[in-house]
Design a protein around this ligand. Sequence first.
Ligand SMILES: [Zn+2]
Length: 124
Amino acid sequence: MSNAWRDRLLALREELEGIADTGDEASAVVELDQTKVGRLSRMDAMQAQAMAQASGQRRERMLRGIDAALKRLDEGDFGYCQECGEDINPKRLEFDPTALLCIDCASKAEENATGEIRPKENRP
Ligand SMILES: [Zn+2]
């Protein structure tokens, strides 16, 4: 069973690294264009670059999650909730093999996270 997860995680990582290459090309193009385009398209370019950066950060987080999951496979901790130690539902792992928490702990963590983000959004 653990070998199947390893294959799955390695395939996922390869896929993400493939996307990373094209992402670098896209941001390089934006940089070149900035000197000769007008204000509006420059804003478009900056927006595209910001989006590329955001997806790059998301990708990096996922890559770190995949590496952590592979490490947990080695240590025999894979598939157990990091918070409460219960088995993580296999369906949940099927959806996201890098999941660290069972569904109960994950939804609690999510509640905490949104509680932290809201005050920032309300700032003037
Ligand atoms: Zn849990």
